[in-house]
Write a protein that binds this ligand. Structure first.
Ligand code: B4P
Length: 190
């Protein structure tokens, strides 16, 4: 199985590039952001709790997120592999993912990290907010999300770097140019 993590700050293009990766490699896409937004849209108890946290730019609890991931892994255990988009976001989530994959005799093949400067992230997310009305795409929340990423999520990159699985990719330029860089990395580990 090919198991990828697509990593990077909010607005770095994880969701955008995931769509192209899934088309080419037929992987199962797990986006914790999408799963949480689905809960919000369905107004579940979990969704109501998550919405407040997401609108402030903080991270939803590890316990909730890991529960959602374990469920998806079980549903697609016989599949071609996974692309994890926006997960893990804390070292605790990374450890739990490792345990869960080990239960299926699997492991992460590579973590691809999209590098994009802060000014560009803010620009992209403000634009997405205008186009989609996403309630967490306003300046205050965007800045907090980037701060939270720097404090709580960057250590996840060090975790995979120690295992020699971390590969940075330039996330600036056209969507197709970035995709070509990603394909090069995937084809080396496949
Ligand atoms: P996510 O849904 O993961 O959202 P994101 O990081 O903001 O977006 P992404 O990087 O996918 O950017 P996109 O492709 O859309 O998280 C939302 C919230 O959910 C978090 O704040 C947190 O509260 C919660 N959450 C999620 N996962 C969690 C976890 N594991 N643990 C705890 N909490 C969790 O790109 C952004 C914009 O840029 C788009 O408009 C796109 O069109 C544009 N764009 C993309 N590529 C471009 C390019 N090359 N050039 C110009 N524009 C580009």
């Amino acid at each position: 199985m090919l198991n990828l993590i697509l990593f990077g700050p909010p607005g770095s293009g994880k969701g955008t590039q995931s769509e192209k990766i899934i088309q080419k490699y037929k992987l199962v896409h797990i986006s914790t952001g999408d799963l949480l937004r689905e809960e919000v849209a369905n107004q579940t108890e979990l969704g109501m709790k998550a919405k407040k946290i997401m609108d402030s730019g903080e991270l939803v609890s590890d316990r909730i997120v890991i529960g959602m991931i374990r469920k998806k892994l079980e549903e697609h255990r016989a599949g071609p592999g996974f692309i994890f988009d926006g997960f893990p976001r804390t070292v605790a989530q990374a450890r739990e993912l490792r345990k869960a994959l080990t239960d299926y005799d699997e492991e992460i093949s590579v973590m691809i990290s999209l590098d994009v400067p802060r000014e560009e992230l803010v620009k992209r997310l403000l634009n997405r907010g205008k186009e989609t009305g996403r309630t967490d795409d306003n300046l205050e929340t965007i800045n907090n999300r980037i701060d939270v990423y720097e404090k709580q999520t960057i250590p996840v990159a060090h975790y995979y770097d120690k295992m020699r699985k971390y590969v940075p990719v330039d996330g600036m330029g056209s969507i197709d140019a970035i995709f070509k860089r990603i394909v090069k990395v995937i084809d080396q580990v496949k």
